[in-house]
Design a protein around this ligand. Structure first.
Ligand code: AMP
Ligand code: GLY
Length: 449
């Protein structure tokens, strides 16, 4: 049988109540090249019968699957690879191909009808691709979020008036994707007005031709991950991300310097509020707009005095949260994603590990500003009781593993407490060496009692 034959498997899913479909060989292609993709591929590769390919991948993904030299935006190349290699499931790691319509491309091509795909269509991807779209969506569906006004060059005066009606600090967000840099938080009204002008004048290119001005929410942030087939959903383990480069949340924003899962303040009561006030209305809203959404929804939340508010939607998993979260999913993740694509998420068996996972990101010296690449990495063979997910690594001409990005490698360890997991993670961080290496020393400390 053709691997991942649509229809046949869907029937099997229902008949077997989510048991393994052992008859089907599972060739899975993961798009992306970071720590998130290594963690996804690592977990998927443990699935029964799973054979994982990663495009383009990194030195770490080569240990759990086969790297494929394709760019995530090369839809024609991805199509050809899927057909030549009988790919049954395509898992899209980063947001850009989703915002660029990779799901619509696959669904609209008769030759690709046998390839299941994890990710929303282009309209659904607007939840992340346009902050203005996300705000309108939340307002329409009664989802708690910060008060806001969306402006462009023509309506800048309204923006200034709105800023004057708010209290400091002021939040300005570029509407479009700006490589995680499009949010400014400013202490004075004067600076805020100035930056509003800069953004509308092209500070982030076309991404800030429209700007969302938001009320500042005071609280603690967390990331809640939902897997949905459009009808049913599962709450994956939640996590806390550490965005600033320095200990004590000091210094420049980064892609993420570490993560902890679970998050102690995400109590059952808080998560119930998240489901009732955010997850359910979000899914209803997507259905009402005929969005085809089979994939991850990443809720960036602010816990304001015990109540959840949406800071942002992302249409993918978080990085480095995934590196912590994947280690806490019990069960066959490939099964979960096949069921998701088949609309049978209600049939899967899934549990969260009671263990705590701590992820420490090791980065290149200078990151998030200019940094060097190509530094030889050593010590990975000495690691114990942990898993090191490669974020920015590659092989050099001699076959050695070298640094190839700002965020280099994410060391994840588990324990019965944050303290224990931290201890093991940092013991292992000490063993990995490369010139200029930097990491935060306080991941999880703020969450310890
Ligand atoms: P975003 O790219 O939307 O996640 O924003 C980047 C960061 O800015 C978030 O992780 C928050 O720390 C912060 N932020 C965004 N919006 C707000 C808000 N309305 N109130 C307080 N902090 C915010
Ligand atoms: N860790 C935040 C993100 O992936 O956007």
């Amino acid at each position: 049988m053709y691997p991942g034959e649509v229809g046949k498997d869907a029937v099997d899913w229902k008949a077997t109540q989510g048991q393994h479909i052992t008859a089907v060989q599972r060739n899975i292609l993961v798009l992306g090249s970071g720590g998130r993709e290594h963690a996804l591929a690592w977990k998927l590769a443990q699935g029964e019968g799973a054979k994982v390919f990663i495009a383009p991948g990194n030195a770490g993904t080569a240990e759990v699957g086969t790297n494929v030299n394709l760019k995530v935006g090369d839809f024609e190349g991805i199509k050809k690879f899927c057909l030549d290699n009988e790919i049954g499931l395509l898992v899209v790691g980063p947001e850009q191909p989703l915002v660029d319509g990779v799901v619509d491309f696959f669904k609209g091509d008769a030759q690709l009808h046998k390839v299941r795909i994890i990710g929303p269509d282009q309209k659904g991807a607007q939840l992340e691709g346009s902050k203005a779209f996300a705000k309108v969506f939340m307002e329409k569906n009664g989802i708690p979020t910060a008060r806001c006004l969306t402006v462009n060059k023509e309506t800048m005066a309204d923006g200034v008036a709105f800023l004057k009606s708010l209290k400091a600090p002021y939040v300005l967000k570029a509407d479009g994707l700006a490589a995680g840099k499009g949010v400014l938080i400013l202490d004075s009204l004067e600076e805020a007005c100035q930056e509003l002008g800069n953004m509308l004048g092209g500070k982030f290119g076309n991404a800030s031709a429209t700007v969302v001005i938001e009320e500042f929410l005071k609280g603690i942030e967390c990331s809640v991950f939902v897997l949905t087939d459009g009808e049913h959903y599962l709450l994956l383990p939640e996590a806390k991300d550490y965005k600033r480069i320095g200990d004590g949340d000091k210094g420049l924003n980064t892609g993420g310097m570490g993560a902890v899962s679970p998050v102690p303040f995400c109590t059952p009561d808080f998560l119930k509020k998240v489901e009732d006030r955010i997850v359910k209305p979000t899914l209803q809203g997507l259905k009402a707009e005929n969005v085809d959404y089979k994939g991850f929804i990443f809720l960036g939340l602010m816990n304001v005095g015990g109540d959840p508010y949406v800071i942002e939607y992302n249409v993918r998993m978080g990085d480095p949260e995934t590196e912590a979260v994947m280690t806490r999913i019990e069960g066959d993740f490939a099964d979960m994603l096949y069921a998701c694509a088949d609309g049978c998420l209600d049939k899967v068996h899934y549990a969260k590990s009671p263990k705590t996972a701590v992820t420490v990101m090791m980065v290149s010296g200078g990151y998030p500003e200019a940094y060097q690449k190509g530094k030889v990495m050593t010590g990975m063979n000495l690691l114990k009781d942990c898993v090191a997910f490669h974020a920015g690594t590659a092989f050099n001409a001699d076959g050695e593993v070298v640094t190839a990005g700002g965020r280099v490698i994410a060391v994840t360890a588990q324990g019965d407490s944050i303290e224990e997991a931290r201890g093991i993670a940092y013991e292992n961080v000490k063993k990995i060496q490369f010139e200029g290496e930097n990491h935060r020393t306080d991941i999880g400390m703020d969450l310890m009692k």
